[in-house]
Structure formats: C-alpha cells, structure tokens
Design a protein around this ligand. Structure first.
Ligand code: HEC
Ligand code: HEC
Length: 359
C-alpha cells in the first residue's frame, strides 16, 4: 500500500501531545503536592515577594523543628532563666509586655522587645538595624545581655552551652540529622534563624484583606484604613503589606526637651551620619493591640497615646523627620476611633504550638 510506512504527521503529533500532556499532568500533581508540603513547612507571606533564604542555610522541616525547640528552650541562656520566646511571647504580640526588656542575670536592657512578625522579610535587625542577618542576630542576642551566654565573669560561653546541648540525647540526634554533627554556636544560630523564617503573618485579617477579602476587616476598620492611608499619611512609613518601609526615621521618641538631648542615638550609632540621630526602624503594626507598651523605649503605655503622638507629628527635635511626618493632623472623633479600630484589627493568630523540650 502506498501509504504504508509513510509517516502520518497528525498521528505522531497527537501521540507526542498525549505523552506530553500526561507528563505535564504527572509533573503538575507531583509539583503541587510538593508545593503544598513546602508551603505548610515554610510559609511565604501571601501577596509578597519571595523570602530571601541564605544559600548556606537552606530550609528543611527538620531544621525548622530543631530551631523552634531551641527558640523555646531556657537552657540556652547563661543562667537557665530565659528562652528567646520569653521576650517574644505570643500573648504580647511576640514582645514581652515590659517597657524595656530584662535579660538573663536580671540585666536591664535599654530597649523594648520588638515583635517578630514577618521578620525574615527584613534585611537589617534591631531597632537600629545593626545586625545584618538573622543568623548573626541570634548569636548577638544569645551571647549578649538578652541571654547572657557571654563566656565572661564565670558565665558560660556559647561553646559551653553547646557542650551541654550535646549531652541531651534528643538534641544530639537532631543536630546529627540536620547538620551531620554536634551542636555548635553557628548551627544553633542557623536552626533558630530557619525557624524565625516561618514566623509569617498569613493568619491575619490584614493579609486576607490585602488578598482581596474586603470583609476581613470590619466597616469601621476599613474606614480607619482609609484614614491611615489618606488623611493621616501613616503609610509614609508604615507602608505596604509589611506595614513598614524598613527604613529609619526620627519621630522624636526619647528626646528630652529640657536637656535638649536624645536618650538613645538609634541608627546614628551604626552609620555615624548626623541625619540618623534618634532614628529607629519603622516597626510593623501587626499585633499592635497586643504589644503594649510602645516605642523603642517602651515610654508610652497605651495605643491611644502612641497614635496621638504620631498624629501630632512626633516630638519636635532637630532631626525630626519632617518630610514624612505631617504637621499635627486634625481628625474628627469618628476618624480617630476608626483609625484605632483599624489598628486593633491588625492582630495575628499565633498558631505555632509550643514544642516539647528534648531530654
Ligand atoms: C531579655 C529579652 C530578650 C530575649 C531573651 C531575646 N530577645 Fe530578641 N530582642 C529583645 C530586644 C530588647 C530587642 C531589640 C534590641 C535592640 O534593638 O537593640 C530584640 C530584637 C530581636 C530581633 C530583631 C527584631 C527587629 O525588628 O529587627 C530578633 C530577630 C530577635 N530579637 C530574636 C531573638 C532570638 C532569636 C532570641 C534568642 C536567641 C532572642 N531574640 C532573645 C529582647 C529579647
Ligand atoms: C516618619 C515615619 C512615620 C510616620 C509617618 C508614622 N510612623 Fe509610626 N512609627 C515610626 C517609627 C520610626 C516608629 C518607632 C519610633 C521609636 O520607637 O523611636 C513608629 C512607631 C509607631 C507605633 C508604636 C509601635 C511599636 O511597636 O511600639 C505606633 C502605634 C505607630 N507608629 C502608629 C502610627 C500611626 C497611626 C501613624 C499615622 C498617624 C504613624 N505611626 C505614622 C514611623 C512613622
């Protein structure tokens, strides 16, 4: 037959398409299952750019679990009194409810505990941004006043604490599994940083609202959001989904008008740039109703007072950020109430169950 042996292009094409479609379909299901599993283990903030994960500290479920246990474990501190979590508590919006924090050995620290919501989307850490990575920040907090494992004045060093962790069977096994060796200060920092990268505020009315669900916020909350954006221009600094521009601004907190000086130089201590005197990183306002007292020095007890201070345009001082803070904003009683309602609806449901410390 004349046609036998002749290629039948449409049949070939159909076959190729069928096989192709089957491969794609198989790939897709596998892909989406993996994606779902990854999403559960390492949530990404919905509606935001992808989180930057350092290439030398990739995420894994086992590492996050280990980091979570370490974050909650008081045995990390020099005197066994405090875990990271003790100053970043769920019931206080991941802060500690104190004006300024009190570290291990009852050391009084100069600043207040900030919240950790969406912290992995920051590029610089602390109120003054002096720490360049989450990993570095862990070692700073752990060996510094917060956790007190300084290795000085008879206090245990990070190495001493790691030696103790390596005596705990559960930890020894997990460090072996995750890092292929025993606990070291760097590995502890890597595991805790990996856990911190999962502290993402998807479980909030704010994120649902931004994802296109208008009724996630109440009517008053939505009106307050308009005031926040519009008349009060809070978004000049508390910008976008994160509610922070991640920049440093002087709002006059800590300025002593009598002595004409700042109690804390803030960002200036890092940059030595005069413009940065008294400038602090814009905090997110997620969980703000839970995280009183307010500001880097915990100097304001209530949300109403904190908001009024911002509405006044901060506290006058030579470096006040007049470009972004407005001259006193006059709101009607209704607008002020709506603004406060909006802020109160920025709460986040904390869904991380407390881990059992390994023995
Ligand atoms: C005694 C209370 C206390 C303990 C314990 C503590 N912190 Fe903090 N944390 C603070 C305070 C206070 C600051 C702000 C310090 C500053 O800005 O100078 C802070 C800041 C941070 C920041 C930076 C947040 C930002 O917005 O830049 C991170 C991240 C953090 N802590 C994580 C940890 C981890 C991880 C641990 C355990 C290794 C820990 N904290 C232990 C009080 C504490
Ligand atoms: C110039 C930028 C800027 C503008 C505009 C601004 N803020 Fe802030 N806000 C900051 C900074 C920076 C801080 C931290 C100041 C400090 O502690 O020294 C802050 C702190 C706060 C706090 C306390 C947060 C905490 O965790 O302690 C609240 C509440 C707040 N702002 C609400 C508002 C509201 C409401 C508006 C609009 C009326 C507003 N802010 C406008 C920069 C700004």
């Amino acid at each position: 037959m004349a046609t036998r042996g002749r290629p039948r292009p449409w049949k070939m094409l159909a076959l190729v398409m069928l096989v192709g479609a089957a491969l794609i379909a198989a790939g897709c299901t596998r892909g989406s299952e993996e994606e779902e599993a990854a999403k559960a283990a390492f949530p990404q903030l919905e509606g935001y750019e992808a989180m930057k994960i350092p290439s030398d500290n990739p995420m894994s479920a086992a590492k996050v679990e280990l980091g979570k246990q370490l974050f909650y474990d008081r045995r990390l501190s020099g005197d066994g009194s405090r875990a990271c979590y003790d100053c970043h508590l769920a019931e206080h919006g991941l802060t500690d409810g104190q004006p300024t924090a009190i570290g291990a050995y009852e050391k009084k620290l100069p600043r207040s505990s900030p919240t950790l919501w969406n912290i992995a989307y920051h590029a610089e850490f602390y109120w003054d941004g002096r720490s360049p990575s989450l990993e570095a920040q862990v070692k700073g907090a752990w060996s510094g006043g917060n956790m007190g494992a300084s290795g000085q004045d008879g206090r245990p060093s990070l190495e001493d604490i790691c030696a103790q962790l390596n005596e705990i069977q559960g930890y020894r096994r997990q460090f072996q599994e995750v890092f292929g060796g025993p606990a070291t200060p760097d590995r502890v920092a890597m595991a805790i940083a990996a856990f911190e990268r999962t502290i993402v505020a998807n479980n909030s009315a704010w994120v649902r609202f931004r994802q296109g669900e208008p009724t996630a916020l109440s009517e008053a909350g939505r009106r307050g959001g308009e005031v926040f954006k519009g008349k009060a221009r809070c978004v000049n600094c508390h910008d976008g989904l994160l509610l922070t521009d991640l920049q440093y601004h002087n709002t006059g907190i800590g300025w002593d008008p009598r002595r004409k000086e700042l109690a804390d130089l803030g960002r200036y201590s890092v940059t030595k740039n005069d413009r940065d005197r008294g400038a602090f990183k814009t905090p997110t306002l997620l969980d703000i109703a839970e995280s009183a007292p307010y500001f880097h020095d915990g100097s304001v007890a209530t949300l109403e007072e904190a908001v009024d201070l911002m509405l006044q345009g901060g506290k006058d001082n030579p470096q006040l950020d007049r470009a972004n803070l407005l001259p006193p904003v006059e709101l009607t009683a209704q607008e002020r109430a709506d603004l406060l309602q909006f802020l109160r609806e920025l709460s986040v449901d904390y869904t991380i169950p407390r881990p059992i410390p390994p023995q």
